[in-house]
Design a protein around this ligand. Structure first.
Ligand code: F6R
Ligand code: MG
Ligand code: MG
Length: 365
């Protein structure tokens, strides 16, 4: 059966500060989606959080970018914002950048990852959710899952994966896209996706079957709003097993707590720490950036799960490493490369300071 899996998320208020989500907000959102399920709009849903972001995971048969589904998400966020305001949660409605819904939540603030698929006999999917970072954070893990034989042995020894995968890359600044095939165009691909603040992997396709393997949210809030309004805190859906990487190959890239943009004031590099869903509470210096993984088996669109994939003790060592890296990076204080380069910082006082001191600069002779 044709099925659409939609993950739509927004930060509509933090508890406390930007560190977590309030349980009442999650409960209210779950009730809103339960109503939509009763009305027949949704096949199934799961509401969860990653840090201060509310995550709506929905299955339906309306296809991608469907107005009714997007309106359901938007209305749920608007109602959540009202509740967040009444609880005086921090930054209530922070990601809702438009006053009224206009057909599609894209470009309105919320993050969206959707895929329409033909559900396989058994369909394991993993939904990754991140807090305190931006959409390019998926570039390295997606590259490793689908193109790196040191991560995914299936690329080498599984007959149905040996042809490789195609990567759709978005230039988030110029609003352009390109598709590159691995393994042959691997070096060209890396030229782009190694610069994650500008180029983000939007989707990955199996070259054997043409089927979609992964999709991410690539909205950059700052580019939509033209000012800092919070980090993108992106999501990513990955299909697994069979012609796709095994669950263990999909999770393996997160054993490296690689440095991502975000953390305090969206203006630092910090280690991407894989955690169990209840541990997505970025508190230390508003971080370090977190990633969670909710695993589901789909059954005629029903979401069987989630299994909290990073709850596994085998990720404990990664968390320890991430904490060590966090300490090391923090010791750089306001210096790069802990602080982001000037053009990437989400907060800056540079224009004011430069203006104030304008007259005190003199030419080097
Ligand atoms: C990062 C983030 C936080 C805030 C910080 C200051 O994405 O959300 O680190 O930037 O707590 O927040 P404001 O400016 O709202 O006081
Ligand atoms: Mg927030
Ligand atoms: Mg957030």
């Amino acid at each position: 059966m044709k099925l659409t899996l939609s993950v739509i998320k927004a930060d509509i208020g933090g508890y406390v500060g930007h560190s977590d989500s309030h349980p009442d907000i999650l409960a209210q959102a779950a009730e809103s989606l339960a109503q939509a399920q009763r009305s027949g709009l949704l096949i199934d849903y799961h509401v969860t959080k990653c840090g201060d972001d509310l995550q709506l995971i929905m299955t339906h048969q309306k296809g991608e970018e469907n107005e009714t589904i997007h309106k359901l998400a938007w209305d749920t966020f608007v109602a959540g914002t009202e509740l967040a305001k009444s609880l005086r949660l921090y930054g209530a409605g922070q990601d809702l950048l438009a006053d009224a819904f206009s057909g599609n939540v894209k470009g309105m603030g919320p993050g969206v990852a959707e895929m329409e698929i033909e559900e396989r006999k058994s369909e394991p999917v993993i939904i990754f959710m991140a807090d305190k970072t931006s959409s390019g954070a998926w570039n390295m893990p997606l590259y490793k899952m689908f193109a790196d034989p040191f991560n995914t042995i299936g690329l080498v020894i599984a007959e149905n994966m040996h042809q490789g995968f195609a990567f759709e890359v978005h230039d988030v600044k110029e609003s352009k896209k390109i598709t590159l095939n691995t393994p042959e165009e691997m070096y060209d691909l890396l030229v782009f996706i190694g610069a994650p603040s500008r180029y983000a992997v939007k989707a990955v396709y199996s070259r054997q079957t043409g089927e979609i393997a992964a999709v991410s949210s690539t909205q950059r809030l700052a580019l939509i709003a033209g000012r800092y309004v919070g980090k993108d805190d992106p999501v990513c859906i990955v299909r697994s097993q069979g012609t796709f990487p095994a669950v263990g190959e999909v999770l393996e890239p997160f054993t490296l707590p690689h440095l991502v943009e975000g953390w305090m004031r969206g203006s630092h590099h910090g280690p991407f720490m894989p955690v169990a869903i209840p541990d997505s509470i970025p508190t230390r210096f508003d971080g370090p950036p977190r990633v969670t993984a909710a695993g589901f088996q789909l059954a005629d669109g029903k979401l069987i799960g989630p299994r909290d994939m990073f709850a596994d003790i085998s990720f404990d060592i990664v968390r320890e490493q991430a904490n060590e890296i966090a300490n090391y990076m923090r010791r750089h204080g306001p210096f790069e490369p802990h602080r982001l380069p000037l053009e990437e910082m989400e907060y800056t006082t540079m224009p004011q300071v430069a203006k104030k001191l304008e007259g005190r600069f003199s030419d080097l002779k």
